[in-house]
Each structure stands twice: as structure tokens, then as C-alpha cells.
Design a protein around this ligand. Structure first.
Ligand code: ZN
Ligand code: ZN
Length: 439
């Protein structure tokens, strides 16, 4: 109801409405922090607006989220409360919202591709201060102390460095709670009901609480309305190429699915100086974008009456060196594996398939040297490596702006999901202060 009310007023009055709500302690018009070490809201609950997912909805693009007031508790030990300035939508949010995600826990606050400013920190947080600019990371990264003291089940002893999938807080972020008390920091203002966290990030809220392990501190001259994209999609695509596949100069690559992640894979392959970069999608409109990001040729599976893997094998004289599945379709995963070259071809699964789905191929494909792998967050260690990606962007080495096709206010977040669903949107950035530039 509030949502329809907000939609019915103009941008200016909408901002005023949000900014002046009785009982709101801070929020929209708060000037940048005056004191570095303390903010006026530290230690107190904050009322602010969030897009709440009360229940899963199969047609996630059809007004599934309710923009309403929530109460965000102060950070407890080892936690950080962040004012989210910008968040983008990712297909994983849509996937969970649709009810396909086995880990989805409702009601909750979704969102995981964001940037913001630290409002306050809990006890024991050493490396993050009020006023720091940060990117929340759904894939957390523990500290050297955790590794030394055997606190992390995945980053210790001979395992150090084998994976970016730190296990220290994963059981909690996977079940929608904070580690210190296994509870949530969010409630709905209207009736006090508990709202669960999502991926340890919950960035569809003007304020969120994160584990310190999930917070990448970045330089302050980085535009938050752009670098929020480094929280998921782009890092995933580039990392799949550079960290997981380790594509070499002169190699031949095939990319299945040309959304934002697929395009960032193409960009990564171009940076790695691959010779042929074959972009594959059933929508021919995607070719122009793919070319702009570095693809050298386009293949539409609908133009052929034989399996796409056969088409690619024939086009490349035996198969590609590397392929990337960026859709989450298990049939396509098979095609991606089978279009790689005998002896050394590698296929990387990036897309997230629905709960219960399984992949298949003939074992002969693997016996003869093809390798099937997957990647999460592109193999990047979040806290330590996301700041390096920010540096790369500011040095002009990687694109971000070109992936942002839309900007919307928090009040219009459902419209943003509609855009994502339509396939016409690469990334839509949500301006949490309802200060999006006019489209
Ligand atoms: Zn994502
Ligand atoms: Zn760890």
C-alpha cells in the first residue's frame, strides 16, 4: 500500500515524504558524517526504508517487493552497519525471489550488489571505521588470525589459498542470520515481524548490518553509483576468465548467454588477448553489445538445425579452448562442455541452475581430457581483491559504466525487476536515497 502511495507521487515529493517521516532518526538527507569516530545514530536502532520480500513469487517481476519502513538494529560484536547508497539487481535476487532458491528464507531483504558508507561499527571490528566507503561482499573472507587459530573450516593448513569460498560465516549467511547471536538485525516497522538477512548482505535496505568479514573497504574517490557492480556480476565474469580458466593469449573462447555476466566474460577474454571470442545467444539483438565488449563473432543456436556444440566444434576445427556458461541452464552447460577441444578444453559453469537440477554428459568427454569446472565470485577473495578491482576501474583498465543501462529510485525497485525480466536491461542501479538521475 505504501508502495503504491509512493509510486503515485512525483520524485521531489517522494523524496520529501521519505525524508520527513515521523520517527525516522536520520536517513535520506543526512549530511556526510561530521565526526569520523561517531555518528549520531551509533548504538541506536535506525528506521529506514527497505524493499521487503514477504514471500516468494514466481512472477518476481510483478510487484513482488514491498517498499516499507524497517527497523535496523545497531551492529553487535564483529559487525558493521552500512548506509547503502546504491545497489544493483542481479538475476540471483530474482532467482531467490521466484522461490527457486532452496536457501531462500522469507520474509527477507534481498540484494547483494551494492556500495555504501559505514555508519557505525560493533565491538572488536579493527580494520573498518565510520565513514569508510565499502562494498558488501556475499562471499566473505576471514582474517589471517582465523587461519592461524583454526577458526575457518576452509582456509587453514594446507588448504590456505585453495579457494575463495571462505567457510567462517557461511553457515550463518546461508541461513539468513548474523553469526554472533544467530538472529536477524531487521524487523518490519509496521508489526515488528522479523525479516531475515540474505547472502549476508541484504542491500535492498537504506541501512544494513554486515559481518566485518563481508566488508571490502574501498578508496573514497570511487563513484559508489558505479562500483557497486563489483559486488557480484562483473567480478564474477572477469574472475571466471582470469582466475578460474586462466585464459591465455591467442586462445579461442565461447560464451553462452550475453547478459551482464556474459559480457564481462567477453571483456575478460578480450583483456586476456584471446584470438577468437564467440558470443552465443538466442537473441540477435545482443550482438552489438557483445561486439562492443570484445566478441569477434556471434552464433545464434536458432539458426541451426543441429546441436550448438556441433556447430561450434565445426566452426573452430575441433572445439574451443575455453567455454563459459552464463545462463544457469543445465542443457546449455552440457553444450558448453561438449563444444570444447579434446585433450585440454575447459568449460566453466557460472550460471546458477534451479534447485534440484542436474548436469549430464558422457564420461568419455572427461576421459578424453575436457575439464568441467565452476566458479563463484570469479574465484576472487572479496575483502582483499575487490579494492584492487576498484583500482583497475579507476585506472581505466575495465569497464563498469557500459554495463549500467538503467538507474531507478528505491521506490521504483519493482519496475527495475520488470526491466531485468524483459532482457532489455544489463544492470539497473537502484539509488537508495531516491536520488536517481532522471532517466
Ligand atoms: Zn549476483
Ligand atoms: Zn576463511
Amino acid at each position: 500500500m505504501l508502495h503504491s502511495l509512493l509510486r503515485s507521487v512525483g520524485t521531489a515529493s517522494r523524496t520529501a515524504l521519505l525524508g520527513s517521516s515521523a520517527g525516522t532518526k536520520t536517513i535520506l538527507a543526512r549530511p556526510l558524517l561530521k565526526a569520523r569516530w561517531m555518528s549520531s545514530t551509533a548504538g541506536k536502532p535506525i528506521e529506514c526504508f527497505a524493499a521487503v520480500a514477504w514471500e516468494p513469487k514466481a512472477d518476481y517481476w510483478n510487484n513482488a517487493l514491498s517498499v516499507e519502513k524497517v527497523v535496523v538494529q545497531p551492529p553487535k560484536s564483529g559487525e558493521v552497519r552500512v548506509k547503502v547508497t546504491h545497489t544493483a539487481l542481479c538475476h540471483t535476487d530474482a532467482f531467490t525471489l521466484s522461490g527457486e532458491d532452496a536457501e531462500g528464507k522469507f520474509p527477507c531483504i534481498l540484494g547483494h550488489e551494492a556500495a555504501g558508507i559505514v555508519e557505525s561499527v560493533g565491538e572488536g571490528v579493527k580494520d573498518i571505521e565510520v565513514g569508510d566507503h565499502v562494498i558488501p561482499c556475499y562471499q566473505a573472507e576471514c582474517y589471517p588470525e582465523d587461519q592461524a587459530s583454526d577458526h575457518c573450516p576452509r582456509c587453514r593448513g594446507y588448504r590456505v589459498g585453495k579457494t575463495n569460498l571462505c567457510g567462517k560465516i557461511r553457515p550463518f549467511t546461508g541461513s539468513g542470520v548474523m553469526a554472533s547471536d544467530q538472529d536477524s538485525r531487521f524487523t518490519a516497522q509496521k508489526d515488528g515481524s522479523k525479516l531475515w538477512h540474505y547472502m549476508g548482505t541484504s542491500t535492498f535496505s537504506q541501512y544494513t548490518v554486515l559481518h566485518a568479514e563481508s566488508v571490502a573497504k574501498i578508496r573514497k574517490d570511487a563513484p559508489l553509483e558505479k562500483v557497486n557492480l563489483l559486488g557480484c556480476g562483473l567480478a564474477t565474469g572477469w574472475g571466471a576468465v582470469w582466475n578460474t580458466a586462466k585464459v591465455e593469449e591467442d586462445s579461442t573462447c565461447a560464451i553462452f548467454g550475453l547478459g551482464a555476466v556474459g559480457l564481462s566474460v567477453i571483456e575478460g577474454c578480450a583483456k586476456a588477448k584471446a584470438k577468437r571470442i564467440i558470443a552465443i545467444d538466442i537473441n540477435p539483438d545482443k550482438w552489438e553489445d557483445a561486439k562492443a565488449f570484445g566478441a569477434t563473432e556471434f552464433v545464434n543456436p536458432r539458426d541451426f538445425d543441429k546441436p550448438i556444440q556441433q556447430v561450434i566444434v565445426e566452426k573452430t576445427g575441433g572445439g574451443v579452448d575455453y567455454s563459459f556458461e552464463c545462463v544457469g541452464n543445465t542443457d546449455l552447460m552440457r553444450s558448453a562442455l561438449e563444444c570444447t577441444h579434446i585433450g585440454w578444453g575447459q568449460s566453466v559453469i557460472i550460471g546458477v541452475a534451479g534447485a534440484g537440477k542436474e548436469i549430464s554428459t558422457r564420461p568419455f568427454q572427461l576421459v578424453t581430457g575436457r575439464v568441467w569446472k565452476g566458479t563463484a565470485f570469479g574465484g576472487f577473495k572479496s575483502r582483499s581483491q575487490v579494492p584492487e578491482l576498484v583500482d583497475k576501474y579507476l585506472a581505466g583498465e575495465v569497464k563498469i559504466d557500459e554495463y549500467i543501462t538503467h538507474n531507478r529510485n528505491l521506490t521504483d525497485i519493482n519496475e527495475a525487476f520488470e526491466l531485468l525480466h524483459s532482457g532489455k536491461c544489463l544492470r539497473c542501479v537502484i539509488w537508495m536515497g531516491n536520488d536517481a538521475p532522471e532517466a
